[in-house]
Design a protein around this ligand. Structure first.
Ligand code: ZN
Length: 71
């Protein structure tokens, strides 16, 4: 698990939920697209959100925190 919090780099927000649909790849600086589907009940702290980099195809699994959702 990376110690970097990639949510700070995101700018695209959807459906009123404060998590980004893209993040910046920590490795190559490319764009990582959200590949997880939002649960019907919405995101909750502790949910694992997966992103895949369009450039290096690395997958990033990020555990949501309260700060990520309420920010
Ligand atoms: Zn990358």
């Amino acid at each position: 698990m990376s110690t970097v919090c990639p949510f700070r780099a995101g700018s695209a927000y959807g459906r009123g939920v404060a998590i980004p649909t893209t993040i910046t790849c920590v490795d190559c600086g490319g764009v990582c697209s959200l590949i997880s589907y939002e649960p019907d009940e919405g995101w909750e702290p502790g949910d694992i959100v997966a992103f895949r980099c369009r450039d290096c195809l690395d997958r990033w699994d990020v555990e949501l925190t309260v700060e990520d959702i309420e920010a």
